[in-house]
Every structure is written in structure tokens, then in C-alpha cells.
Design a protein around this ligand. Structure first.
Ligand SMILES: [Ca+2]
Length: 179
């Protein structure tokens, strides 16, 4: 009985230590080792495609860590996705899962091929034009671009042109990360 109690207490303490480390990771600004340098930000979009069945296409799908969820919009050219960093910080690069990366949906099949992807986009830091991003025409896990911006608060990706989808003209972005 004593040893069972000890094990339970030991387990509870381990859990507590794990939770403390996790809290510290969130509490310490610029704690890049624990986050792999990933910046925390919120995302805003001009509009989103209406849900289809159990699929929704909201902007937050770009920052949920899931390749199978995506933001989608029906008329993408000229629209901007705006990332608001949780704190002003130096940003070295941005990487994007361009298109809808659910390639074996049980009902709709390959959503990457069926939907549109970004071809070219303009990148703005704090509202100032920085560079043009040119995306791969073939499937790639990430399209990655250097930014090297100091004191960034907002990063905007304005869609200039698209690769058309095989079935639909809706543009999809599965994920965005900033470091
Ligand atoms: Ca996602």
C-alpha cells in the first residue's frame, strides 16, 4: 500500500514538473529552444468559404498545426492574410503549406490538386512592402522564404496570382509558421 501511494505521489509530482516546464515555456519571451524559434501570432483573413459538410475553412485553420485543415477563399487575388505577432520581434523567415494538404480525403479525394494554390504573393512587414514570394508549382511540404525583419509586429501575405485547382477555384492555405 505504501509503495502504491509513493508511486501515485511520484507520478503526480512528475506531472506537476511537466506542467511547470510547459508553463515556463509559455511565460518566458523569446524562449526559442523550447519552441524551435516559432513565433506566436493570431491570423486575420478578409473572408472564408462557407463550410462544406464537416469541413470548415476558417482562418484559424492556418495556425492549428494540422496539415489537413485549411483556410479557403473563393476570390483570392488581391486579398491579404495578416499575421499579428504576440509581441514585437525579429523575424527570420516564414513558411507556408500552400494549398489544402489533405491529399486523401475520404469523400473529396486529393484536396491539394483540386483547389487553387498561391503562385505569387507580396510580403509586407508592419505594412511596408518587403518582397515578392514565388511558390512552387508542384507539391511541397513547405514553401519557405527568408524575411530578416527587425521589430516586426505584423506580417501580411497579399495574394497576387494563383495556380488554378483541377476542380475548384477556391484557394487554400493549410498552415503558416514564422520564425
Ligand atoms: Ca491547418
Amino acid at each position: 500500500m505504501k509503495s502504491v501511494l509513493f508511486k501515485k505521489r511520484h507520478f503526480a509530482r512528475s506531472l506537476l514538473n511537466g506542467a511547470t516546464i510547459l508553463l515556463l515555456a509559455f511565460a518566458v519571451p523569446g524562449c526559442s529552444m523550447l519552441f524551435g524559434g516559432k513565433k506566436v501570432f493570431t491570423v486575420s483573413v478578409p473572408d472564408s468559404l462557407a463550410p462544406v459538410g464537416d469541413l470548415n475553412f476558417e482562418g484559424k485553420n492556418m495556425i492549428d498545426g494540422q496539415a489537413t485543415t485549411a483556410w479557403q477563399t473563393s476570390k483570392p487575388v488581391g486579398k491579404a492574410v495578416i499575421l499579428q505577432l504576440s509581441e514585437e520581434s525579429d523575424v527570420s523567415n516564414i513558411r507556408i503549406k500552400n494549398g489544402h494538404h489533405w491529399v486523401n480525403h475520404p469523400k473529396y479525394g486529393d484536396l491539394w490538386t483540386s483547389n487553387a494554390r498561391i503562385k505569387k504573393a507580396s510580403l509586407f512587414v508592419n505594412g511596408v512592402y518587403r518582397k515578392t514570394l514565388e511558390f512552387s508549382s508542384v507539391y511541397s511540404e513547405w514553401d519557405e522564404f527568408d524575411i530578416d525583419a527587425d521589430d516586426a509586429n505584423t506580417i501580411s501575405v497579399k495574394i497576387e496570382s494563383v495556380y488554378p485547382g483541377a476542380k475548384w477555384n477556391d484557394l487554400a492555405i493549410s498552415e503558416i509558421e514564422v520564425r
